[in-house]
Design a protein around this ligand. Structure first.
Ligand code: TYD
Length: 213
């Protein structure tokens, strides 16, 4: 039987989180892990609503912030916690460090963001896929042209990246250089995951976010 393990991939837009999540999911299934692969914004009704609001543009930063937190509350309650209680590995693309990194850059107070996440579970492992905004802009240009989406500018993403680095120091995230061949990045992420997973005691309680600070 497996043990519960909550693993999050973070990074700025276009850093390769989606590809790495998919590679991890495929490998874990092959190796017999029971997993939930998921992402934020979620594919729940709240996530759908959030995406519609985001597309409206010109919304108050606090509206963003509350909606991401609401989506996360649903995510934790309906998907993440039940999967952990079934001793699954939860692989999640973006989680509350996205809110801290992005919403503080939009002017929301970090203490407020933290205080609205008392419900949140602390991941066992957060991996920051680190790529410079210049690189991610190049990667995404084509795709975004087709999707017609607004892409965050280099200056904004440079600020988000800086905040991620600060959070990585404070919360023991593991930083992986994402500006390499995707299979090389995958091997490193897999090795880090396996080390942490194997080392985790089955008895460890699922920690709340607030417990760590
Ligand atoms: P996402 O769908 O992951 O975008 P992409 O696929 O382009 O990486 O997320 C949409 C945007 O929402 C992204 O720019 C990051 C932002 N975001 C926040 O600002 N706060 C959050 O809490 C989350 C989860 C995402």
């Amino acid at each position: 039987m497996g043990k519960p393990f909550f693993c999050v991939l973070e990074g700025i837009d276009g850093s390769g989180k989606g590809t790495q999540l998919w590679l991890m999911e495929r490998r874990m299934r092959k190796e017999g892990f029971e997993i939930l692969a998921t992402r934020e914004p979620t594919q729940t009704l709240t996530g759908y609503f959030l995406k519609i609001v985001l597309k409206m543009g010109d919304i108050h930063p606090l509206t963003d912030c509350f909606l991401f937190a609401a989506d996360r509350a649903e995510h934790v309650d309906k998907l993440i916690l039940p999967a952990l209680n079934e001793n699954k590995v939860v692989l999640c693309e973006r989680y509350l460090f996205s809110s801290i990194a992005y919403q503080t850059m939009k002017g929301v107070d970090e203490t407020l963001i933290r205080s609205m996440h008392e419900f949140a579970l602390m991941p066992d492992l957060t991996i920051l896929i680190d790529v410079s905004p210049e690189v991610t802009m190049k990667r995404k240009e084509q795709v975004l042209h087709y999707e017609g989406e607004k892409f965050e500018n280099v200056e904004f993403l440079t600020g988000v990246r800086k905040k991620y680095h600060e959070l990585a120091r404070r919360h023991h995230m593991v930083i992986v250089d994402g500006d390499r061949d995707e299979m090389v990045v995958h091997e490193e992420i897999w090795r880090i995951f396996k080390e942490r997973y194997d080392a985790k005691s089955v008895q460890t309680d699922i920690a709340r976010f607030v417990d760590e600070e």
